[in-house]
Write a protein of this length. Structure first.
Length: 211
DNA sequence: GCCAACGTTGGC
DNA sequence: GCCAACGTTGGC
């Protein structure tokens, strides 16, 4: 999964979500912002190295987001129902880790924040797009995206290998990362973190926490 | 580039 | 609605 460089799409109507495909419930009431059991921290995967899909380079690393006008871009190209549903749960101000996937050194590169809530991902209708979906019709769009803004690069890159060590350790002896989605639902490109998980990962930035 | 894990599709 | 075949993700 890799969003493309695009600073802002033409504003589309935000869809009332209907189908859920086994994920969590989609929202209906934009007025009720604070649903209790919903997440407010996320991890979003993108590929920082060039790879051609449908004739298009899907490269989009944190530096690419940082380079966009206003350091803001739309997170398009998500084509998995669970990941989409998580994006629909996102609210303005939520923080997410920017994760580099499918690359030489996978891991957490930085922090981003949600600046626009879910709306129609126009790239699903674009034959020239890497993530064109011929099965989706404009009258009933399948896929959504959010806008995110670069917040900062991590004080140091947090490699997947390090996160995995903690995960395994926590699984054996208990700890915040014992059930973290990055390993228990490895293929999800947009995933939630509990506050505890999020805080623990943040604490890894400090050198004395290194393994 | 290999391939395990897992999500999706479609025949029945 | 089962499930085999197929396609994709993403670490290694």
């Amino acid at each position: 999964m890799a969003p493309k460089k695009r600073s802002r799409a033409a504003p589309s109507h935000s869809e009332a979500s209907t189908e859920t495909a086994g994920g969590r419930k989609a929202r209906k009431e934009p007025a009720e912002e604070q649903q209790k059991d919903s997440y407010s921290h996320w991890l979003m995967k993108s590929e920082p190295e060039s790879r051609i899909e449908n004739g298009v380079d899907v490269k989009f690393g944190i530096e690419d987001l940082k380079a966009l006008p206003n350091q803001t871009g739309c997170w398009d190209g998500v084509r998995n129902y669970q990941a989409r549903n998580f994006m629909r749960d996102m609210r303005v101000g939520h923080q997410a880790f920017f994760y580099h996937s499918n690359c030489k050194e996978p891991g957490i590169a930085g922090l981003i924040k949600v600046v626009k809530e879910a709306y129609v991902d126009h790239t699903q209708f674009d034959k020239k797009d890497a993530h064109y979906d011929p099965s989706s019709k404009p009258e009933n769009p399948k896929w959504s995206m959010v806008d995110v803004q670069y917040e900062r690069t991590m004080k140091r890159f947090i490699p997947l290998s390090e996160l995995k060590k903690h995960h395994l350790q926590h699984k054996a002896k208990g700890g915040p990362l014992k059930g973290v989605a990055l390993f228990t639902r490895a293929r999800l490109s947009v995933q939630p973190l509990s506050e505890e998980e999020f805080d623990f990962v943040l604490s890894l930035e400090d050198a004395d926490n290194q393994i």
